[in-house]
Design a protein around this ligand. Structure first.
Ligand code: PMP
Length: 360
């Protein structure tokens, strides 16, 4: 007999909520959670192992609570004149977002988001007792400066969450929208740039807006472009005062010595770690082109995934692909599915299966 959740003295505001639930099935072609499906280079893996091994020699001690070396390496990677004082990090950008909501949200406060967007934004809002309010996007999943300002004026949020490029639609976000939102909002403006490295070369990102904007927070992750999802390392760039605010809510020693060693080693190999980004972009562009040829409605994407519409029965197509060892994502957007770009072979397997399904 299992105890029903209702039998527990759970917080009232958590009753009836659903946990994050992307299916975690192991099949030959996994293109469902926007991971980087390219393994990290072997020489980098060896260097990471050596650094982890070295950190094990002092594992009886707590890790550097300030993860200074890691913050220095992340600041170097981001450039834009940032230093370690501007950087925060945690176990995945999910935890960074949780720290933000713990420090700037909470009971009696509200965060404005623009669905469809990354599902964890509203889930972390709920787990931190922050009210989640929804603005509407313009046609084509865009958010113009005027639309952002209108929703901020209507809802007076304590936080505004943007996702650029947006998951699950792939839509880029104009810097003008962030600038206008920042001017209109009294609270913090968070730009989740988890997929920034997959945008076309030369696309401006929100880091360039940081100077003089102490309420602007730009969140990033090593999970995607760096192929480091299993290591759990997300980070943030902002005014140094923001890092001080987040220190108030983090648990002491939240980043293990092993995580810090692994991430610093990976950042030392940035060019090799990012070498596969170009291939992933090529595979994404193949998906865009081929699904278009097959007659699907393909949304423009600056990310490592593609949202496509024109699917009569998304659940049926999802199951049909799954039966052939290919998993993609059904996010409940009517007539749409999302697929992550894989290796060349994985992408080919997906596209061949789509051609077969469409020709039936
Ligand atoms: N932000 C966005 C937009 C994402 O899609 C994801 C992962 N799917 C994350 C943040 C969280 O990534 P992580 O915790 O692995 O850094």
């Amino acid at each position: 007999m299992t105890t029903p959740l209702d039998a527990l003295p759970l917080r009232d505001d958590l009753r009836g909520r659903q946990p994050y639930g992307a299916p975690q099935l192991h099949v030959p072609v996994e293109l469902n959670v926007n991971e980087n499906t390219h393994p990290i280079p072997e020489d980098v893996a060896r260097d990471i192992i050596e650094r982890i091994a070295a950190s094990l020699l002092t594992i009886n001690r707590y890790p550097d609570r300030e993860f200074t070396e890691l913050r220095q390496a992340l600041a170097r990677y981001l450039g834009h004149g940032l230093t370690e004082a501007n950087i925060w990090a945690a176990n995945g950008s999910n935890e960074v977002l949780q720290h933000i909501l713990q420090a700037f949200g909470g009971p009696g406060r509200r965060v404005l988001g623009f669905p469809p967007t990354y599902s964890m934004h509203s889930i972390i809002a709920s787990s931190t007792g922050t009210e989640w309010v929804e603005g509407e996007r313009d046609p084509g999943y865009q958010i113009s400066p005027e639309t952002a300002v209108r929703w901020i004026e209507q809802t007076d949020p304590d936080l505004v969450f943007f996702c650029a490029p947006n998951n699950p639609t792939g839509t880029p976000l104009p810097l003008e929208t962030i600038e206008a939102a920042y001017e209109a909002a009294r609270g913090v403006v968070v730009v989740d740039e988890a997929y920034e490295e997959f945008a076309p070369a030369g696309t401006p990102n929100a880091l360039s807006l940081l100077p003089g904007r102490q309420r602007l927070l730009v969140s990033r992750t090593m999970s995607k472009a760096f192929a480091f999802a299993g290591a759990r390392l997300g980070y943030l760039a902002a005014d140094p005062a923001v890092a001080d605010a987040l220190r108030l809510v983090r648990l002491p020693y939240h980043l293990s010595a092993l995580t810090q060693a692994a991430a610093v080693a990976a950042l030392d190999h940035t060019p090799e770690m990012l070498a596969m980004v170009d291939d992933i972009k090529r595979q994404r562009d193949r998906i865009v082109e081929r699904l278009g040829e097959l007659g699907y409605e393909v949304w423009p994407t600056a990310s490592n995934f593609v949202l496509f519409g024109g699917v009569d029965d998304p659940e049926a197509l999802f199951e049909w692909l799954l039966a052939r060892g290919i998993i993609i994502r059904n996010l409940g957007i009517p007539n749409h599915l999302r697929v992550s770009a894989g290796t060349e072979a994985e992408t080919t397997a997906f596209l061949d299966a789509m051609a077969e399904y469409t020709a039936r």
